[in-house]
Design a protein around this ligand. Structure first.
Ligand code: ADP
Ligand code: TRP
Length: 326
C-alpha cells in the first residue's frame, strides 16, 4: 500500500520512552487512549528511543526496554494494520528537524521547562539532551502535521512548547506547521502510585502492566492505606486504593462497598484479582507477538517506511524554506 499521507481522519501522534517496564499509569494515562483512538484517528505511535538516551542507558538496557515496549504496545491492543508503529531512531528526520528548531528557541525559554527544572533541582549536572528534550519532542510532533497528541498531564507543557515552536517557525519562514493540541483524559490524567504520589518508573511506586501475578500482588499489597477500620464510613475518593481500583472497575457497586468500609485487606485481594483478569487477554496477545520476532521486525520496518515517507517530505519543505537547499 502506498501511503499517501492524506486521510479523511484527523491525525494523532504519541510515544513512550523505553526506560523500564510499563505500569498502570502509562496504560491508563497514555496507552489505553492510543488503543481506543486507533479507529477514529490516523495514528502514529512510536518508541521514543532517542529521548531514552537522555538517561544514558547501557546498550543492553536500551535494547531490552525497546523490545519490551514494542511488545507492550502490541499486547495492549495496538493494531499494526491501523497504526503506524515505529522506532524514533528509524526516522532520522526527527533529529534533523530538531537541530533546525533548536535555533529558534532561546536558552532561558528552555530553562523554564518543568522537566529540565526538575532534573536541575536534583543537583547533578544536566546533559544537553535533557535540556533540548522539548525541541526533539516538538520535532516528533510537528513533522507529521498532527491534530492531537494523547498524553498524560505531565506532558502538557511539552505540547505547549511544540505549539510555540511551530509558531516561531511559521513566523520566521512562512506557514508550514500545524499547531497541535494535547489530548488529556481528566479522570486518568494522574494515576497514583502505591505510595500515593504520581505513579512513575522513576519513583519505584508502580504496579507493572505486564508483571507476573506475584509482582502484581506484591505491588497491590504495598498500596498505602490509612488507619480507619473495617466498616467505618469512608470517602472512596480519599483512598489511593480506590483511585487505582476504579480504573479497572468503575462500577457504582464497587464505590459503594468502599464507602461502606470495605476492609483494606479484602479490597487488595479483589484488586489483585481484578487486575490479573483485566490483563489476561493482553498478556496472551503479547505472548503471541513475543513468539514471532520476525513479524514484530516486519511491523516496525513497515512503520518506519511509512513514517519516513511523510517525515522526509516535510523535512524537504523545511530545507527549501530555510535556505538549506534551493
Ligand atoms: P514515567 O513517569 O513512568 O517515566 P513516562 O514519562 O515514560 O512515564 O510516560 C509515558 C506516558 O505515560 C506519558 O504520556 C505520560 O504522561 C503517561 N504517564 C506516566 N505516568 C502516568 C501516571 N501516573 N498517570 C497518568 N499518565 C501517566
Ligand atoms: N516525552 C514523552 C514522555 O516522556 C515521550 C515523547 C517523546 C512523546 N516524543 C513525543 C510523546 C511526542 C508524545 C509525542 O512520555
Amino acid at each position: 500500500m502506498k501511503f499517501s499521507g492524506k486521510s479523511a481522519k484527523p491525525r494523532l501522534i504519541s510515544g513512550i520512552k523505553p526506560t523500564g517496564k510499563l505500569h498502570l499509569g502509562n496504560y491508563f494515562g497514555a496507552l489505553k487512549q492510543f488503543v481506543d483512538l486507533q479507529n477514529d484517528y490516523e495514528s502514529f505511535i512510536f518508541i521514543a528511543n532517542l529521548h531514552a538516551l537522555t538517561a544514558t542507558p547501557t546498550k543492553e538496557k536500551l535494547l531490552e526496554d525497546t523490545e519490551n515496549i514494542v511488545l507492550d504496545y502490541l499486547g495492549a491492543g495496538l493494531d499494526p494494520k491501523k497504526v503506524v508503529l515505529f522506532k524514533q531512531s528509524d526516522v532520522p528526520a526527527h533529529a534533523n528537524l530538531a537541530w533546525i528548531f533548536s535555533n529558534l528557541v532561546t536558552v532561558p525559554y528552555l530553562e523554564r521547562a518543568h522537566a529540565y527544572k526538575d532534573a536541575e533541582a536534583k543537583g547533578s549536572e544536566v546533559n544537553a539532551g535533557t535540556f533540548t528534550y522539548p525541541v526533539l519532542m516538538a520535532s516528533d510532533i510537528l513533522i507529521y502535521d498532527v491534530d492531537v497528541v494523547p498524553v498524560g498531564k505531565d506532558q502538557k507543557q511539552h505540547i505547549e512548547y511544540a505549539r510555540d515552536i511551530a509558531g516561531k517557525f511559521n513566523n520566521q519562514y512562512g506557514e508550514l506547521f500545524k499547531l497541535p493540541k494535547e489530548m488529556i483524559l481528566e479522570h486518568t490524567a494522574i494515576v497514583p502510585g502505591v505510595d500515593g504520589q504520581k505513579m512513575s518508573k522513576s519513583y519505584n511506586n508502580t504496579i507493572p502492566l505486564f508483571g507476573t501475578d506475584e509482582e502484581i500482588e506484591k505491588a497491590v499489597m504495598s498500596i498505602v492505606t490509612d488507619s480507619k477500620g473495617k466498616d467505618e464510613e469512608k470517602n472512596p475518593d480519599d483512598l489511593v486504593l480506590y483511585q487505582i481500583h476504579k480504573l479497572i472497575n468503575p462500577s457504582q457497586e464497587l464505590r459503594t462497598s468502599y464507602s461502606r468500609g470495605l476492609g483494606y485487606g479484602e479490597a487488595k485481594k479483589m484488586l489483585t484479582a481484578d487486575i490479573i483478569k483485566f490483563i489476561t487477554p493482553m498478556r496472551e496477545r503479547r505472548a503471541k507477538y513475543e513468539n514471532d520476532p520476525k513479524l514484530v521486525r516486519e511491523i516496525l520496518l513497515e512503520g518506519a517506511l511509512k513514517a519516513n515517507e511523510i517525515a522526509m517530505t516535510k523535512l524537504t519543505e523545511v530545507y527549501e524554506m530555510t535556505g538549506l537547499t534551493k
